[in-house]
Write a protein that binds this ligand. Structure first.
Ligand SMILES: [Fe+2]
Length: 169
């Protein structure tokens, strides 16, 4: 009598090999770490911004960190959808992130906010290369589409950051 395959519910059968979905999950866990560092930095700038445009920038950064929180949740849940586990400790986030924290404690000026825009740019560049990796190397069109959507959100956030601190040209 043929042995019945044990159905455990923990292995996906969606046409992507486990090795490939693991590579996708590892890359998404790095994105998750970057998002968390950027989220923390945005929150810090929201708290410590000072200057003539305090009120507008304080509220603007409030919107931005809330958007990042939604992105963080979506990235972690995407990792679960491809069959793996999301990291969730500060230690792992710091070890996996390619972005640098903002170390100093003190007032944050309008000029410092530009640092956030360049962090968004770095994430956009990373995501642009992940789109092809996910689709072509790992056969995961769903994750390629997902990361394209996240990249577009960062493009919008980076534009808004630049426009908020621009002196006009
Ligand atoms: Fe607040």
């Amino acid at each position: 009598m043929a042995k019945k395959t044990k159905v455990t519910g923990d292995v996906l059968n969606t046409g992507i090999s486990n090795a490939n979905s693991k590579k996708v999950a590892d890359a998404l866990n790095q994105v998750l770490a970057d998002e968390f560092v950027l989220y923390t930095k945005t929150l810090k700038f929201h708290w410590n911004i000072e200057g003539r445009d305090f009120h507008a920038l304080h509220l603007f950064l409030d919107e931005q960190y809330n958007q990042l929180q939604v992105i963080i949740d979506a990235v972690a849940e995407r990792i679960r959808k491809v069959g793996h586990f999301a990291t969730g400790s500060m230690k792992e986030f710091l070890a996996n992130s390619s972005l640098k924290e903002h170390p100093a404690t003190g007032a944050v000026s309008e000029g410092t906010i530009a640092e956030l825009a360049s962090d968004h740019d770095a994430l956009i560049r990373k995501m642009r290369s992940l789109i092809d990796d996910f689709d072509e190397k790992y056969d995961d069109a769903g994750s390629a589409d997902f990361i394209t959507g996240i990249m577009k959100e960062h493009e919008k956030m980076a534009w808004m950051l630049r426009a908020s601190v621009s002196n006009g040209r």
